[in-house]
Design a protein around this ligand. Structure first.
Ligand code: F1P
Length: 610
C-alpha cells in the first residue's frame, strides 16, 4: 500500500528518495511522485502513473534537485489512477504533502476549503491536508504549529509529511493510524513509512507513536505527543538485514521466499524448542503466568494470516484443550462480541501494521481481554509495540505481496503456542511428544516437499487456460485449501474457491465439469476415508482432480485424477507441509500466464487503510 519517503540534507536528495520508493515497490502501488525544495525556495514536482521506474526515467530526462524532499507511491483509494491524483499534492504551490491513510471527513473539509477560496486539482482526500495546513499557516507562527492545529480537524488515518516552500530547512510529519519511522543520519535526517526505504542511508530509527507530530531538520528531530507535549522516543538500531535488490538468483521474490521456508522455519524454532519441550520464556517475561490461566483464545487476523488462525483453531482445541474462536479483523471490530472469562486475544500479522487487525487489538483492550499476544514478523511494528506479548516469526523480510514464508512460520509459532497452552490444560503426553517430534522434522520435510517442484511445474500447464477452480480439504487441511485458493486468485487471477469437502453436496457439486479443476489436499489422517468418498463424488460428475496425497493414502493416478505424492509426515505438521505444493502450483500457473507475480494487480503488501 502507499509508501512515503522524505529527506532533509545538505546534498541533493532525489536519488535517496527514488531509491527509497523502489524499496517500497513491493508494498503495491499504482503511481509515484516526488517534490523537491532547494535552498533558494524553488519547489518542483514530478509525478507519473505506473512503476517507479517511469518516475525515475522522467527525472533522468529532466533532472530536478533539492536538499529537502518528499516522495510517495500511491495505491488509489479516493480518485482514479491519474497523474493529477498522484502525490505530492500542493496548496498554492507553497505547501507540499504526501499522505498514507484516508481522511474520512475530506468531503466536509473540501467544502469549507472551497468556500475559503481554495481550488482543487485532484479528487483525493489528501489534497485537503495541503489546503488545511495552508489555511492554518495564516494564524500560526510555524509550519509545526500549523500542522498541530490542522491534524485536530482530520478524522480517519494518516501518516503525512509536509514541506513549506518558504522554509526549506525542515519537514513536519504526523502519524495517526499509518506508520512512520524517522531515520537518523549524520547531518541529515529522513522519514519513511517503512524502515526498508531508508536502509541504504541509515540503520538508526525512531518509530513514531500514535498522535505524534515531529519537526525534522538536518541536525534535529523534535517530537510532540498528541497533546502537544515534547517527548523523547527511543532510538532503535535496525536488525533488518534485507537487501531489497537481492532475489538470490531466483526469478521472483515469491519463488525465493517459497524456497526459504525450510531455513526460516528452522530459525523460528531455534532456541525455542528444546530436546523434549519448549524452552522456558519464549513468549516473553511473565508470559508463563498469563498462559497458565488462559481458558479461551480469540484469534484476529486478515488474509493469509487469518488462514493461519483458522488452522491454529484445530490444533488449540484438538491438542491443547483450549476453546478458540477465529475472526476476520474487519468483522470483529464492527460487531458486538462477547469476552469469555480468562480470554487471550491473539493477533496474527506478517507486517504488524494491518489497519483492521490493529484497530481490533485496540478495541479488544477496551473490552477486557485478560491479555494480548501477537504472532508477527516485523520487530518494532505497531502490533508488536501495542500487544502485551509478542512471538516473533523469523521469516525475514517478505517482499512478494502474496504471503508464503510468513504463513508457514506463523503456523510454526502456533504449534509452539499449542504446546505451551497444552501443558496447563491436560494435553495428552502422546500428542506432546508427537508435536515436538513433528516440529523437529519440519525443516527437512519442507526441504523434501520442495523437491516436488518439477512435477508441479508440469501440472501448472493444465491450469493456465482455466477460469475457475475448486480447492477441497477436511479438518486442519480445510484452511490450507482456503490458503491454496487465495494464492491462486492473488497471483494468477484464476477464480478459486475453497470448500470443506463435506460441504460439496451442499452446493459446489453443481459447478463440477471438466473445465473446473478440483485440487484436493489429502494427508493420511483420520478423515482420509471421508475425503475419499468426496473424491468419488467429484469423479462421478466428470470432474478432473489433482490430489496432493500422502504416499500411504493409496490414491492412484488415472484419466480423471492426477496424484502428487507429498512426503509422509507427522499429522500435526501436515498443514504446514501441504501448504508448499499449493504455493508452488499458484506460482507456476502465474508464471505461465505472465502475471506480475511479486506485485499482483490491485493488491498491496501492507494494508494500512481499512
Ligand atoms: C494481511 C494480508 C496478507 C496478504 C497481503 C495483504 O497482512 O492479507 O496476508 O498476503 O499482503 O495483507 P498481514 O496482517 O499478515 O501483514
Amino acid at each position: 500500500m502507499c509508501g512515503i519517503v522524505g529527506a532533509v540534507a545538505e546534498r541533493n536528495v532525489v536519488e535517496i528518495l527514488l531509491e527509497g520508493l523502489k524499496r517500497l515497490e513491493y508494498r503495491g502501488y499504482d503511481s509515484a511522485g516526488v517534490a523537491l525544495l532547494d535552498s533558494s525556495n524553488n519547489l518542483t514536482r514530478v509525478r507519473r502513473t505506473g512503476k517507479v521506474q517511469e518516475l525515475a526515467d522522467a527525472v533522468e530526462a529532466n533532472p530536478v534537485t533539492g536538499q529537502t524532499g518528499i516522495a510517495h507511491t500511491r495505491w488509489a483509494t479516493h480518485g482514479g489512477v491519474t497523474e493529477a491524483n498522484a502525490h505530492p499534492h500542493f496548496s498554492s504551490d507553497r505547501i507540499a504533502v504526501v499522505h498514507n491513510g484516508i481522511i474520512e471527513n475530506y468531503q466536509s473539509l473540501r467544502e469549507a476549503q472551497k468556500a475559503a477560496g481554495y481550488t482543487f486539482t485532484s479528487d483525493t482526500d489528501t489534497e485537503t491536508i495541503a489546503h488545511q495546513v495552508e489555511m492554518e499557516m495564516a494564524s500560526a507562527d510555524s509550519l509545526l504549529s500549523a500542522v498541530q492545529t490542522a491534524v485536530k480537524k482530520f478524522e480517519g488515518a494518516y501518516g503525512t509529511v509536509i514541506m513549506d516552500r518558504e522554509d526549506p530547512s525542515r519537514v513536519v510529519v504526523a502519524r495517526s493510524g499509518s506508520p512512520l519511522v524517522i531515520g537518523l543520519g549524520l547531518g541529515e535526517n529522513f522519514i519513511a513509512s517503512d524502515q526498508m526505504a531508508l536502509l541504504p542511508v541509515t540503520r538508526r530509527f525512531i518509530f513514531l507513536e500514535e498522535g505524534d507530530v515531529a519537526e525534522i531538520t538536518r541536525r534535529d528531530v523534535h517530537i510532540f505527543d498528541k497533546d502537544g507535549n515534547p517527548v523523547e522516543r527511543e532510538v532503535v538500531d535496525s536488525v533488518v538485514e534485507h537487501d531489497a535488490g537481492d532475489k538470490g538468483g531466483y526469478r521472483h521474490y515469491m519463488l525465493k521466499e517459497i524456497h526459504e521456508q525450510p531455513t526460516v522455519v528452522r530459525n523460528t524454532l531455534q532456541q525455542r524448542l528444546g530436546e523434549h519441550d519448549l524452552v522456558e520464556g519464549i513468549f516473553g517475561d511473565g508470559a508463563e503466568a498469563i498462559l497458565s490461566k488462559v481458558k479461551h483464545i480469540q484469534i484476529i487476523a486478515c488474509g493469509t494470516s487469518y488462514h493461519a488462525g483458522m488452522t491454529a483453531r484445530y490444533w488449540l482445541e484438538q491438542y491443547a484443550n483450549v476453546s478458540c474462536n477465529v475472526e476476520i479483523a474487519s468483522e470483529f471490530r464492527y460487531r458486538k462480541s462477547f469476552v469469555h472469562p480468562n480470554s487471550l486475544l491473539v493477533t496474527i500479522s506478517q507486517s504488524g501494521e494491518t489497519a483492521d487487525t490493529l484497530a481490533a487489538l485496540r478495541l479488544a483492550k477496551e473490552q477486557g481481554y485478560m491479555s494480548s499476544l501477537t504472532i508477527c514478523n516485523v520487530p518494532g511494528s505497531s502490533l508488536v509495540r501495542e500487544s502485551d506479548m509478542a512471538f516473533m516469526t523469523r521469516a525475514g523480510a517478505e517482499i512478494g505481496v502474496a504471503s508464503t514464508k510468513a504463513f508457514t512460520t506463523q503456523l510454526t509459532g502456533f504449534l509452539m503456542l499449542t504446546l505451551a497452552l497444552g501443558k496447563h490444560n491436560g494435553m495428552a503426553d502422546s500428542d506432546h511428544k508427537a508435536i515436538v517430534a513433528g516440529l523437529y522434522s519440519l525443516p527437512s520435510k519442507l526441504e523434501e516437499t520442495l523437491a516436488l517442484t518439477g512435477g508441479i511445474e508440469e501440472l501448472a500447464e493444465e491450469f493456465a487456460d482455466k477460469n475457475h477452480s475448486l480447492f477441497l480439504g477436511r479438518g486442519d487441511q480445510y484452511p490450507i485449501a482456503m490458503e491454496g485458493a487465495l494464492k491462486l486468485k492473488e497471483i494468477s487471477y484464476i477464480h478459486a474457491e475453497a470448500y470443506a469437502s463435506g460441504e460439496l453436496k451442499h452446493g459446489p457439486l453443481a459447478l463440477i465439469d471438466d473445465e473446473m479443476p478440483v485440487i484436493v489436499v489429502a494427508p493420511n489422517n483420520e478423515l482420509l476415508e471421508k475425503l475419499k468418498s468426496n473424491v468419488e463424488e467429484v469423479r462421478a460428475r466428470g470432474g478432473i482432480m489433482y490430489v496432493f496425497a500422502d504416499k500411504e493414502a493409496s490414491f492412484a493416478s488415472d484419466d480423471t485424477m492426477r496424484v502428487i505424492n507429498v512426503p509422509h509426515c507427522e499429522s500435526s505438521i501436515a498443514p504446514i507441509v501441504y501448504t508448499l505444493p499449493l504455493q508452488l502450483l499458484s506460482y507456476y500457473v502465474a508464471v505461465i500466464k505472465g502475471t506480475d507475480v511479486d506485485q499482483p494487480r490491485n493488491l498491496a503488501k501492507s494494508v494500512t487503510v481499512e
